[in-house]
Design a protein around this ligand. Structure first.
Ligand SMILES: Cc1cc2nc3c(=O)[nH]c(=O)nc-3n(C[C@H](O)[C@H](O)[C@H](O)COP(=O)(O)OP(=O)(O)OC[C@H]3O[C@@H](n4cnc5c(N)ncnc54)[C@H](O)[C@@H]3O)c2cc1C
Length: 377
């Protein structure tokens, strides 16, 4: 039977779900976005594992302009002094249909908005009140419009305010005591790296990730540093104290325009208490970026909801939460472990870690179980 859905939030999760419903079903839906437009700001690279690419290809992601995407084959591990530790072949998880991909977030959002922009996306929408009427949910927005729907899918990010309308228990995301700095490097960087690969530099209380985001080989650089408090005005000082003290040659990459943000994670995976309400993407669980799976999990969760809808199982007893929570725990434990192991400050611990790393990246069994489970190979 035809259903009506309200999708709250036009990020990667909400837009992916919208695309699947539009392409493969007759169900009615509307995406409600709080902002007045989509954030299409240039920059901000994103890595998509084959688990996400496989799903996106079903909505023609493989037809995306080839110039705007890159397929790195290898992760090179370095210490922060830019001395190589080892490398990992990522391409072994690729198939002919799905390759590990890197691109700008704006390129992905542009692609996802294309088919739904005019008819199925409303901006400036903030929920004011929700109520249940018989089998339906009535959503009232603060511009005095409303929508009566069969299901609400909250895709409004890690600080999901939709949760607060439906759940009594509040679970606040936690600050990981770390900050992310991002720079786009358009000229050939002066690192000694292979710019076709993903480069991961491990430092004390910090790490740096660099990867190409298009065929022009512009590089996305994200630097994660531990700090007690997020103080946007003191970032330069933090970079000096944590990064440049370890390698002063990195100075000129931080002279560029930088964007910074604090790292948050969801401390608990909590089910929906309302059978008409589902959480996807970061609203379900926000991960640390150290496995580069936030967007991938947003895409997976959207696809799971779509499959339940398509098979008419969304309003029956379904196992969405159990399946998603199991998957999220696998991703979470690996992201957390990476965060821990990337940042050793003790030089003996760093040496031991590097020996393990060298050994493990060449062990088929380990790589298959650590990453294969994530990329579903
Ligand atoms: C440093 C860093 C690097 C990262 N790198 C990667 C990477 O390489 N690969 C990867 O897969 N992931 C990465 N991620 C994570 C990834 O970006 C997120 O997990 C993903 O974007 C989450 O998508 P989402 O749609 O769930 O939420 P969001 O992208 O947060 O979108 C939520 C949307 O909902 C809207 N909204 C919010 N509140 C409301 C409301 N009340 N009503 C209506 N609309 C609302 C917002 O405006 C926004 O448009 C990274 C994250 C960080 C911090």
């Amino acid at each position: 039977m035809k259903k009506k859905l309200a999708i709250i939030g036009a990020g990667i999760a909400g837009l992916t779900l919208a695309n699947f419903i539009k392409k493969y079903s007759d169900h009615e839906f509307m995406v409600y976005e709080r902002e007045e437009s989509l954030s299409l700001e240039e920059g901000y690279g994103i890595q998509l594992g084959t688990n996400a690419v496989k799903i996106l290809n079903q909505i023609n992601f493989n037809k995306i302009n080839n110039e705007k995407i890159f397929h790195p084959k290898i992760i090179d591990f370095y210490n922060i002094q830019n001395e190589k530790i080892c490398d990992l072949n990522l391409s072994k998880f690729n198939s002919t249909e799905a390759k590990y991909s890197t691109l700008q977030r704006s390129t992905l959002i542009e692609f996802l908005k294309e088919d739904i922009y005019t008819q199925h996306l409303r901006f400036g929408k903030k929920i004011k009140e929700v109520s249940e009427i018989k089998d339906k949910v009535l959503i009232k927005f603060d511009d005095n419009t409303n929508d009566l729907v069969d299901f609400v899918v909250a895709a409004d990010g890690i600080f999901s305010s939709t949760r607060s309308f439906f759940e009594k228990k509040k679970i606040e995301p936690k600050f990981k005591k770390a900050v992310a700095v991002r720079v786009i490097l358009s000229l050939k960087s002066n690192f000694n790296i292979n710019e076709e690969n993903i480069s991961l530099m491990l430092g004390s209380r910090s790490h740096i990730v660099l990867y190409p985001i298009n065929k022009k080989k512009e590089l996305n650089m994200v630097c994660i540093m531990r700090c007690k408090k997020y103080e946007p005005d003191n970032i330069k000082q933090l970079i000096q104290e944590i990064i440049l003290k370890q390698n002063s040659k990195l100075k000129n990459i931080f002279d560029k325009e930088m964007k910074t943000w604090p790292l948050y994670f969801s401390p608990k995976i909590v089910p929906s208490t309302n059978k008409k309400v589902f959480y996807i993407g970061d609203a379900f669980n926000g991960f640390l970026p150290t496995l580069a799976q936030g967007a991938g999990q947003s895409i997976e969760s959207a696809f799971e909801i779509f499959n339940l809808l398509k098979n008419d199982k969304l309003d029956k007893d379904n196992d969405y939460f159990e399946v998603r929570a199991k998957r999220a725990k696998i991703i979470r434990s690996r992201s957390n472990f990476n965060f821990f192991a990337f940042h050793f400050s003790n030089s003996i611990m760093q040496k031991i870690r590097n020996i393990f790393l060298k050994f493990l990246v060449k062990r088929k069994f380990f790589v298959k179980s650590y990453l294969g489970k994530v990329y579903k190979n």
